[in-house]
Design a protein around this ligand. Sequence first.
Ligand SMILES: Nc1ncnc2c1ncn2[C@@H]1O[C@H](COP(=O)(O)OP(=O)(O)OP(=O)(O)O)[C@@H](O)[C@H]1O
Length: 321
Amino acid sequence: MNDVLVAEDLRRSYGDTEALAGVSLSVGEGEVFALIGPNGAGKTTLVRALTGTTDPDSGSVSVFGTAPESADRQRLGLLPQSFDPPERLTARELVEYYAGLYDEARDPEEVLAEVGMADDDGTRYENLSGGQRRRTCVGTALVNDPDLLFLDEPTTGIDPAGRRALWDLIEGLADRGTTVFLTTHYMEEAERLADRVGLLADGELAAVGSPSELVAEYGGRTRVVVETGEGDGEAREALAGTDFEVESTAEGLVIGGVRPEDIGEVVTALNDRGVAYDALTWKQPDLEDAFLRVTGQSVAGGAGVSLGGDSGETALAGGER
Ligand SMILES: Nc1ncnc2c1ncn2[C@@H]1O[C@H](COP(=O)(O)OP(=O)(O)OP(=O)(O)O)[C@@H](O)[C@H]1O
């Protein structure tokens, strides 16, 4: 696979803040690369450095084998994180305007349909909802049918249905061979879309790999988390007679290495001792866990399969009170 994007030891500081502390990466032709990181990790600074929108203090970037400033704009698409187009233009006028900036452009109507804006294309940007605005902006980044597309937090502020529609769109672009570099806070977005994920924290790329590689290497084991609300002492005692390893953490009492078929044993041990708990959740390791383990930081709430909860509606909900 040819690398269309290569960065070597990129550094960028703003005063005392080191936004990029030496980032090196490469993205192959046709690959979808997702950069995950919490607020302030340096994602936008990295996108700006990769696209030539900001100069790094040191390090180098190559886009299609040349410096980003000299790269063929016809082949590049960029959706910046903050994008404020003229508000009084309609969605259609905006996409048409951006199409007019290129020697060759796609049919604006087709682009509007692709981003789900065909029905609202006559509405002024100022009157569109947040999600419609973001979709229109994605449309403006697609007008030149780019070979390499940068999307800085494309789905932030979009409702779940809109997010899924954009994921379908990005998947379609990837299927047609577009190389995509995207940043996101959403683990499920990276997990669903990315061939490879980079975990960025404090300006450093802490790990890079496919979602499954990262989860397998850093995600840890399947586990049950018991939220007791009143200290873990009783629950620890109840589980002392089992073979499970228990650990008190910020998310609750974590019982490691519990397979789905072992959940009953955990519940029975707790119930036999009359341990009160608010929720009992079985979790498979995911990218959030990998991120936490690699960086010591959290990006967002991880996904889990809840077997109980405050409502007490399910069979395994809260223990005895
Ligand atoms: N123009 C600037 N002037 C001063 N500091 C900046 C500037 N741009 C970024 N920073 C700082 O650099 C660090 C990285 O910011 P950046 O916007 O790249 O992070 P991010 O990962 O994109 O965050 P978010 O998810 O909140 O968008 C932050 O501490 C930020 O405050």
